[in-house]
Design a protein around this ligand. Structure first.
Ligand code: ATP
Ligand code: MG
Length: 657
């Protein structure tokens, strides 16, 4: 048994096996795990060969210079061709690729043939601006079809995109454009959010303007999509309207094959724990794992399913499970521009009803916000088309899992809880919905072909059932190839903790628990693990215990320095809407402290419980616990630049002091 494992106190006994009917039509066959184990590299090579290669590869993995991996390196591939032309040539050009829904209620659909035609023209526009293989293009757009078209056009000519979330400030654009030395920015006049147009181009203008102490920008051109119809300033010679340029472009463009390791994109992590890192992904391996996981984890039947992932393309989930995975698989999908509650609280459910969505992939933060409002809102819509639900981004508390299945999945759909990171490029741990008996709150099983271990601090495997640190023990096709421009930081951040004697292990930064069945449950970030009287406790488990109480919608737990116990558990709790007035904050707090004690033991009882209206979250909806820890320990609140709403911290601080 290893020292310093993380204590795991919650136990989950509920199981939900797939129905016979579901299992019978499952894309993945039950022997897939064995086949992958027999010869892992051959398994991945076969998955890669399901794609179109301009010229085939002969070597699967080159790991001669770890931790710098090369997959399928001597093959040539065009990522966009695989997502577009291939389907048209196979006779599926009339299949809808995108059903796009604008926030104000406008909508557009693109078939695979139409999307291919648009991307070809856009590729010619980029070439006309002098962009070529390896050049970096920043994309700062709302969630409109042009975002997908722009990404694919960049990929088609072998250039590298860096998508910057449309809600970020001009400072974030400036630093990301400079970090990648981008030549071109693709943006829009504005986009729709919460019933209003918000400007985008003005932020790009500010980011590219000369600034004291900053290097002159590397950007020579800006393409501007017309979406918000808001007025914009114009820099002659630099700025070009997208619709004019695309209309004037040649319609034909033949996709050429690029080396499998040609860079595809740079994407900055969401910054939950610190300064965002520019994660680099390349082509062949990335597309292989994105497509394989999308098809098998969501049990995709491209002829009949309608798939919807609610992520913005500014996050990795939007890269792998809105753009590359679904389009490589020829899926029909929904894309929605706006917020879930505009113009009414049931907007998402209305969209599912309208398009007959059958596979739905979203984040726990969204599920908990719907729990807070109550089931009467989704109950007003016909959600019977849904047959698979997915979750990503944070641990999903078992109660939120059960609510998701009961209320959204009409008590019968499988749920896949998918663990992965910007760095891993694609899903790494998840149930397969036609095979696995699901366990609420647990990501469960490494996907076939992926090797995951849970280690103690000393680097030895923990003895189940026990918690420790999550590592990936073998290279995988969609692994990051580095941090842009910073190989030292790449090695230091991910590979220095557990690699030794020529054996390289990727340290993910997350804690996890392995149970007696071998299932893996995520315990939150290692940085967030608390030490209370010598016990290492996971924030996730205490939060899940809190959320299991009927008055609680959402909870965040931190460890605050404490003279008696080293650290003390401090909880911040949002009550469900119908509970907010039912009792005083003191009553609720006392109730919840003893509830945690009953559920998981006195050691985990929060010393203090604050009832709050909001929690600090990143733009991608993750709770930023380090800021709450600042409040709990009475410090000035740290860097809030990646917060979705910076006023939240002031409100919480006022409440606590
Ligand atoms: P930064 O690395 O800059 O702090 P980030 O880690 O939030 O940002 P992402 O790559 O978007 O950026 O998030 C990956 C992290 O999200 C994982 O390391 C994990 O902590 C969490 N996560 C994602 N999916 C799950 C899941 N299904 N269960 C538990 N945690 C998850
Ligand atoms: Mg991270």
């Amino acid at each position: 048994m290893s020292q310093n494992s993380i204590d795991s106190l919650l136990s989950e006994t509920r199981r939900f096996a797939p129905s016979d009917e579901f299992a019978a039509q499952s894309v993945a066959a039950p022997d897939i795990y064995e086949r992958a184990k027999e010869d892992r590299l051959a398994f991945w090579a076969d998955r890669a060969r399901e794609l179109h290669w301009h010229s085939p590869f002969t070597e699967t993995l080159d790991w001669s210079n770890p931790p710098f991996a090369k997959w399928f390196a001597d093959g040539r591939i065009n990522v966009a061709y695989n997502c577009l032309d291939r389907h048209v040539l196979a006779g599926n050009g009339d299949r809808v690729a995108l059903h796009w829904e604008g926030e104000p209620g406008d909508s557009r659909s693109y078939t695979y043939a139409e999307l291919t035609a648009e991307v070809k023209r856009a590729a010619n526009v980029l070439l006309g601006l002098g962009i070529g293989q390896g050049d970096r293009v920043a994309i700062y757009l709302p969630l409109i079809p042009e975002a997908v078209i722009a990404m694919l056009a960049v990929a088609r000519i072998g250039a590298v995109h860096s998508v910057i979330f449309g809600g970020f400030s001009s400072d974030s654009i400036r630093s990301r454009v400079a970090d990648a030395s981008a030549r071109l920015v693709i943006t829009a006049d504005g986009g729709w959010r919460k019933g209003k147009v918000f400007p985008l181009k003005s932020a790009v203008d500010a980011a590219l303007a000369p600034a004291d102490g900053a290097e002159p920008t590397t950007v020579t051109d800006v393409l501007v999509v017309k979406r918000g119809e808001n007025t914009v300033e114009w820099t002659e010679g630099r700025d070009h309207w997208w619709h004019e340029a695309v209309a004037a472009a040649e319609p034909e463009h033949e996709a050429e094959g690029f080396e499998a390791e040609n860079p595809l994109f740079i994407l900055y992590t969401s910054g939950t724990t610190g300064k965002p890192k520019g994660i680099l992904h390349t082509s062949g391996g990335y597309l292989t794992q994105a497509a394989f996981t999308h098809r098998n984890v969501f049990d995709l039947h491209p002829e009949t399913d309608v798939y919807w992932c609610t992520a913005d393309v500014g996050w990795v989930t939007g890269h792998s499970y809105v753009v590359y995975g679904p389009l490589a698989n020829g899926a029909t999908q929904v894309l929605y521009e706006g917020t879930p509650d505009t113009p009414h609280a049931g907007r998402w459910w209305e969209i599912i009803q309208k398009y007959g969505v059958s596979i739905f992939y979203t984040a726990p933060t969204a599920i908990r916000s719907f729990m807070k409002i109550g089931r009467q809102v989704p109950n007003d819509f016909d959600l019977s088309s849904l047959r698979v639900l997915g979750s990503v981004g944070e641990p999903i508390n078992p109660e939120a899992w059960i609510w998701y299945r009961d209320v959204i999945g009409h008590g019968e759909t499988p749920i896949v809880d998918t663990w992965w990171q910007t760095e891993t490029g694609a899903i790494m741990i998840s149930a397969l919905p036609g095979i696995t008996a699901a366990k609420p709150g647990s990501a469960q099983t490494p996907i076939p072909g992926i090797v995951i271990d849970v280690l103690g601090d000393d680097g030895t495997r923990v003895d189940p059932p026990r918690g420790g640190l999550l590592v990936v023990s073998e290279p995988w096709p969609s692994m990051l190839r580095g941090i842009w421009g910073d190989p030292e930081r790449f090695i230091e951040t991910y590979w220095s903790k557990f690699s030794k004697d020529g054996v390289w292990k990727y340290f993910a930064g997350d804690g996890a628990h392995v149970d007696a069945d071998g299932d893996i449950t995520l315990l939150g970030r290692v940085d967030d693990v608390m030490n209370v009287s010598g016990h290492r406790l996971s924030t996730t488990e205490i939060e899940s215990a809190l959320v299991s109480h009927k008055i609680v919608a959402e909870a965040a737990v931190v460890g605050a320095a404490d003279d008696d116990t080293g650290q003390a558990v401090v909880a911040f709790v949002i009550l469900k809407s119908n509970q907010a007035d039912a009792q005083t904050a003191d009553e609720a707090s006392a109730l919840l402290r003893s509830h945690v004690s009953d559920r998981i033991g006195a050691i985990a009882r929060p010393k203090r419980v604050f009832i709050v209206a909001e929690l600090p979250k990143t733009r991608s909806g993750k709770i930023m616990r380090r800021l709450l820890q600042d409040v709990a320990e009475g410090r000035a609140v740290g860097d809030t630049t990646t917060l979705a709403d910076t006023s939240v911290m002031q409100i919480i601080t006022d409440k606590v002091r």
